[in-house]
Write a protein that binds this ligand. Structure first.
Ligand code: FES
Length: 589
């Protein structure tokens, strides 16, 4: 791929702030001088916004202050003018009730920072789960030249010489603690060894899934999504990102020049081959809609039927992201998929994805499998439909015990998370290993924010009997590091009167993953009767961002974006502004 177009300095967007001969541009220049720069530092150069989601409370991004300096080094080297702009840091381990409540807020902040300041191009610094889709949703809507800089996974966890995986081993050892198989002292030792460097979760959780899919979309420099955060090659990547974004500003290579329906298919196929997080089904749909396309759950399912799982990484496999990087990383995995991908899609590198992976090599074929030796032949994710989920639900079959993928059992229903917490370990709870655990009111509006509650806990008395997996159903999401026969994202959600709201204790629920079915075995008449008796709950927020959220959040099958932020599938003149962004440009006064 070659890009011949080059902007002239006076065509840069920032020229309207810095280059005009008027009183306001005097103000912009004099205030830049106030920060110690003179005209030689910025005149005629692209202004590169570095949107940095560093925060003292985000351990996954704790190296970002240093990485921002390394990005700036590359920008200066290439003749750009770096401007670092902090944005809300969505810290997965700390933010309550869930970072998902704030994904769209960061997306809005990103878009408006880029719109309201003199940015010609941007580097987005993210990685902890929701930061990746949020930053990109905003940047795609603004449509300036953009490179996403992934935080990189942390090093493998360590416990007495055994590797520990983020999330996955928390759930595993928590179950063993509750079952009485490890002690409080063992648990404390795990606490100190499971997260031992900067970087995001190092299992194939949402963070690793989304940074990989962004590279597959062509919006990160190739080969960089899985570099461990503390590796010196990560710092080198930051500087290279800085150099490349300056070139992209001159080339005017924007997300709208890179993203296509086929590049989104590549991202979905990447998710499937990685056995990536179920959360990708929400985020990629939201990103596609920002780009003006219409990726659907049905498309995920179509592709899942033909794409093998090639990454042997937890929670579905054995290894961790550090091993995946040493085994060749994402480029090597994409090379295995080969012609299943659309290889002619453009990337921020200025080359096609096919050119970038042509010489990729697998260095450990147990970590990155060939198609002939796949972990599973298909169904990295499956989309279920039925009278319990008319608009769809998601399950990750490779993460479940296989005997549960076709299962009928009696429902044990919890009306919300507090109810679940209060009763799940009750010795008198009427439940056995064949029961189906149902959680209501945990969706986008119900929780609210659709938290990662979907790996519902196994009752203690069943853990003590050796049970480690059961069919569990909710309208919540599940951490990408989780595992189990968990049916997620049931849509429409129960809080707005979806059929999940009408399930009662003892109803038979049928899960049939091969047939893609999810049904509650009651008659249509009984369903109608229960629906008529249902009373809508009172909204949980009466003011502030929460109220805005409740009024505009869409359901999981639509990507949970706010309705007013989506781009029309066929942009009209009024949807796309003169500079290519999908919103108004500020007056420069
Ligand atoms: Fe940040 Fe998992 S907590 S990626």
């Amino acid at each position: 791929m070659t890009t011949t177009k080059r902007k002239k300095p006076e065509e840069l967007r920032s020229h309207r702030w810095y280059g005009a001969k008027d009183m306001r541009s005097f103000g912009h220049r004099s205030r830049t001088a106030q920060m110690g720069y003179n005209r030689n530092d910025y005149a005629g150069k692209p202004v590169i916004a570095i949107i940095n989601t560093w925060s003292d409370i985000n351990p996954c991004h704790s190296h970002f202050r240093q990485r921002a300096e390394e990005v700036k080094r590359g920008i200066w080297q290439a003749g750009g003018f770096p401007v670092e702009m902090p944005a809300i840091s969505l810290s997965e381990p700390f933010q309550k009730p869930t970072t998902m409540l704030y994904r769209n807020l960061l997306a809005m902040e990103t878009e408006e920072l880029l719109r309201s300041y003199p940015a010609d191009a941007c580097v987005l610094m993210g990685g902890c789960d929701k930061t990746t889709p949020a930053l990109l949703m905003g940047a795609i809507s603004m449509n300036l030249p953009t490179i996403f800089l992934p935080a990189g996974p942390m090093l493998r966890g360590d416990y007495r010489g055994q590797f520990l995986g983020s999330g996955s081993d928390v759930w595993k050892y928590w179950a063993e603690l509750r079952a009485g198989n490890i002690t409080e002292s063992d648990w404390a030792e795990i606490e100190n060894g499971i997260a031992r460097s900067p970087g995001h979760c190092m299992t194939m959780g949402t963070a690793s899934t989304m940074t990989s899919t962004v590279e597959a979309l062509g919006l990160s420099l190739s080969g960089y999504a899985s570099i461990p955060a503390p590796d010196s090659r990560h710092a080198q990547m930051a500087t290279q990102t800085g150099r490349r974004i300056v070139e992209m500003a001159w080339e005017d290579l924007k997300p709208s020049d890179i993203l296509t329906p086929a590049s989104f298919d590549n991202a979905v196929m990447t998710t499937l081959a990685l056995s990536g997080s179920t959360n990708a089904a929400v985020h990629l749909i939201a990103l596609s809609k920002r780009a003006g396309f219409n990726l659907t759950l049905e498309r995920f399912d179509e592709l899942a039927r033909k794409i093998p799982v090639l990454a042997n990484v937890r929670p579905s496999g054995k290894y961790l992201m550090e091993d995946f990087f040493y085994a060749g990383g994402l480029r090597a995995l994409l090379k295995q998929l080969g012609s299943l991908l659309s290889l002619k899609e453009k990337t921020v590198d200025g080359k096609t994805i096919g050119e970038l992976i042509a010489n990729a090599t697998v260095f450990n074929d147990d970590v990155i499998r060939s198609i002939d030796n796949a972990m599973v032949k298909s169904d990295g994710l499956a989309i279920l439909k039925g009278n319990l989920a008319p608009d769809g639900a998601v399950i990750k079959p490779p993460a479940a015990e296989s005997h549960l993928l076709k299962h009928t059992g009696k429902a044990v229903v919890f009306k919300n998370y507090d109810d679940l917490s209060a009763r799940i370990d009750s010795p008198t709870l009427d439940i056995d290993a064949n029961s189906v655990i149902v959680l209501q009111n945990a969706g986008p509006q119900g929780a609210p924010g659709m938290p990662e509650w979907g790996q519902l806990p196994i009752p203690k008395k069943l853990l003590e009997q050796g049970v480690r997996d059961m069919v569990r159903i909710s309208d919540a999401r599940m951490s990408g590091t989780s595992y189990g026969a968990c049916v997620l994202h049931v849509t429409p959600e129960s809080y707005i009167g979806g059929p999940l709201a009408f399930v009662k204790d003892g109803d038979l629920i049928e899960l049939d993953v091969p047939a893609r079915k999810l049904n509650v075995l009651i008659s249509d008449e009984e369903m109608a009767k229960r629906k008529a008796a249902w009373v809508a709950p009172i909204p949980k927020f009466e003011r502030g961002f929460g109220k805005l959220y409740l009024q505009h959040i869409q359901q999981a099958d639509k990507g949970c974006d706010f309705d007013f932020l989506e781009t029309q599938v066929s942009p009209t003149h009024s949807d796309t502004q003169k500079d290519g962004s999908r919103g108004g440009e500020p007056e420069i006064h």
